[in-house]
Design a protein. Structure first.
Length: 382
């Protein structure tokens, strides 16, 4: 990389900061600029969904203040700054009142909560927790709330439900799915998780959906599709996340489930790269920690003059539901998969096969002890 405008990173999450650290290991001189819409303070986003039971404040989740980390890495920081456009020909990015030039631009803009259109005068009061400021607001509004309704029985919803009941809050989960985390777990695993969370105090309203959210005297009334009304003190939307590819149009970038990039993390525009939750790498959008680490290391080498394609080994994901330990390694595709399931009162071991080869697994309860042995037999993602 030349010593001109240098490398400009948009986004101060785990992807952006991991990349900056990896670049500095390889190049102590290249100019690094970080632009972010928030304060730039570093925290682990996965901690947001299990911080309540530990009684952690938003401030306590910060592991490194922005000034400390950018000073140590010699990074020029522009915090509380939102980029509104990219000129890929002139190699410049623009905010409302400023512009920056770059030799290489890295988009690490993460993902945003999905918000479905919802009727009712309380719909706009629903909360989502995806950033530190969201968590601060959620914790403040939670206050003495006795009952939280969570819309979405997926990974995020179940993690928050476990954290809330562990902190003494009544929780109801609503969603159209037949069982929790149905996109990652086969039925036996999802049913086992549901039983464990119910035993911990969570109530499920599955095969259902929310028609409206209305303000009530003491909180909200959530009207369900089946005609029931669920009174609660707070409503948390945890439907899922969608990659933030809002800058695609101004830069002429291809998008799918995020900015489409090749194995070198480069978009269809020369000099523009993407990684993390906002990137679709070789057709895969994997919003988890390990893909970020592998991608950041490979991209740091590429940006430091050693062209390096990213490769993803098998990367099981531990789901943070202490009431029911879970580890999943989803198959790369759903074509011609067959699940073989073993159940016991203490756990579920579900193995996914394609043509007699193990391609994924889901382990619940005591079965998580087999994670390492099974991971060694899995193929690489690519």
């Amino acid at each position: 990389m030349s010593s001109g405008a240098g490398i400009l990173v948009i986004g101060s999450g785990m992807a952006g900061y991991t990349l900056l650290r990896e670049i500095r290991k390889l190049d102590s001189d290249v100019a690094l600029t970080l632009i972010c819409a928030d304060s730039g303070d570093f925290y682990s986003k996965p901690m947001l969904s299990n911080a309540l039971a530990a009684n952690k404040t938003a401030e306590q989740l910060v592991t490194q203040p922005a000034a400390a980390i950018t000073d140590s890495l010699n990074v020029k920081l522009f915090a509380h700054t939102r980029i509104e456009g990219i000129d890929s020909t002139a190699r410049q990015v623009f905010s409302a009142d400023q512009s920056w030039s770059y030799d290489a631009l890295v988009l690490a803009t993460g993902a945003n909560p999905i918000r479905l259109p919802m009727a009712g005068d309380g719909a706009d009061d629903m909360l989502s927790v995806n950033h530190l400021d969201d968590y601060r607001r959620f914790r403040q509004q939670l206050g003495n709330a006795g009952h939280v309704a969570i819309i979405g029985p997926g990974l995020i919803g179940c993690e928050f439900a476990n954290d809330l009941v562990a902190s003494g809050t009544q929780v109801s989960i609503i969603g159209p799915d037949a069982w929790p985390i149905s996109t990652l777990l086969p039925e036996a695993g999802g049913r086992f998780l549901q039983q464990r969370l119910e035993a911990a105090g969570v109530t499920f309203f599955l095969g259902n959906s929310v028609e409206s959210v209305n303000r009530a005297t003491n909180g909200f009334d959530v009207a369900l599709k089946n005609g029931d009304t669920l009174p609660c003190d707070l409503v948390l939307s945890a439907i899922g996340l969608r990659a933030d590819s809002s800058l695609a149009e101004s830069a002429g970038l291809d998008t799918g489930r995020g900015y489409r990039v090749d194995a070198y993390l480069q978009t269809n525009r020369d000099g523009i790269y993407a990684l993390g939750d906002c990137a679709e790498v070789n057709g895969f959008n994997l919003p988890f920690i390990m893909p970020i680490m592998f991608a950041a290391r490979a991209l740091a080498k590429t940006l430091s003059g050693q062209a390096s394609a990213v490769s993803y080994p098998a990367m099981p994901v531990a789901i943070k539901t202490p009431a029911c330990p879970l580890v999943v390694a989803p198959p790369a595709t759903h074509e011609s998969n067959a699940w073989r399931v073993e159940t016991s009162p203490f756990g579920v071991k579900a193995l996914c096969y394609r043509d007699e080869s193990l391609v994924g697994f889901a382990l619940a309860g005591d079965a998580v002890s087999e994670k390492q042995a099974l991971t060694r037999t899995l193929p690489a993602v690519f």
